[in-house]
Ligand binder design. Structure first.
Ligand code: NAD
Length: 248
């Protein structure tokens, strides 16, 4: 018989309590309740009119930076003022109370850190800083938006006048060091992974759940990993994580 929502919350809480090293993997779905559209929910989407796999790439950035800054970049710049929601806050409390050890996130929106989470692996980068592609100097993210506002089409490094780029992982970029750290932790230490708001369809993050013995999935739509999960809850992240925190 299908388990009710309350039974699933209870089972998820039991799993968390009986595990030693719980990590959480989050995707764009945890931030939709903060007003940031995800990639794959039907009918909405930050990228509805443009294809990020064509526009948000290292090739476009390096070959045609003015296009990168006029087409792909405004979608990132918009995220700067977003605020964390109940889901981000519940995860921060779970970490503080010792129920979870850390969060691996595909989001670049900075909302886990804004909510107070400490151990966050931002495996697709973040919108706090930018860097020079030549001398690697780092600057606050707003240097990009400040220069664009002044009418500069391609932001430049104050030190060497080369191209500046956001510290986010574009299609064609290598994954950052923290991705491989997270991969090792999942493989060697983690005994329960809770996935929240990810379609689990973007590689290489989509290969992380198989590294862990037990899985909880909280996602509005089905994912390819539902069939190997211990608990699957198909509802909104904010309420579900709040209910889960209360059950803990
Ligand atoms: P995705 O768009 O592929 O999948 C999001 C999933 O979340 C969907 O399956 C959807 O059903 C579910 N969802 C939507 N709202 C939900 C809610 N309130 N509660 C629970 N589930 C909800 O997202 P992804 O797997 O993270 O992959 C998208 C890629 O795009 C990532 O690489 C990420 O870096 C990037 N991205 C980031 C942001 C952000 O930083 N907030 C936003 C859009 C895209």
């Amino acid at each position: 018989m299908m388990k009710s929502y309350n039974d699933k919350i209870k089972k998820a809480a039991e799993l968390i309590r009986s595990s030693r090293n719980v990590y959480v993997l989050t995707g764009a779905g945890i931030s939709t309740e903060s007003g940031i559209p995800d990639f794959r929910s039907p009918g909405v989407g930050l990228w509805e009119k443009i294809d990020p796999m064509k526009e948000s790439t290292v090739d476009v950035l390096m070959q045609n930076p003015a296009r990168f800054y006029s087409v792909a970049f405004p979608r990132y710049a918009k995220l700067v003022n977003a605020k964390p929601n109940d889901g981000h806050r519940a995860l921060a409390v779970m970490e503080e109370m010792g129920f979870i050890k850390g969060i691996i996130t595909q989001n670049i929106d900075n909302l886990h850190k804004k909510a107070g989470s400490k151990n966050v692996f931002e495996v697709h980068g973040h919108i706090r800083t930018c860097r020079c592609v030549n001398c690697d100097s780092n600057y606050p993210f707003h240097l990009l938006t400040d220069q664009l506002k002044q009418g500069i089409k391609v932001p430049r490094c104050p030190k060497c006048d080369n191209l500046l780029r956001p510290n986010i992982v574009l299609f064609g970029d290598l994954m950052p060091e923290c991705f491989f750290e997270a991969q090792q932790i999942l493989k060697n230490e983690c005994d329960l992974l809770m996935v929240v708001g990810s379609s689990l369809s973007v590689e290489p993050v989509a290969s992380l759940p198989v590294l862990v013995k037990r899985l909880i999935i909280i996602n509005k739509q089905p994912t390819p990993f539902d069939y190997i999960s211990d608990v699957v809850i198909n509802s909104g992240a904010g309420k579900t994580l709040t209910d889960l925190l209360n059950a803990l």
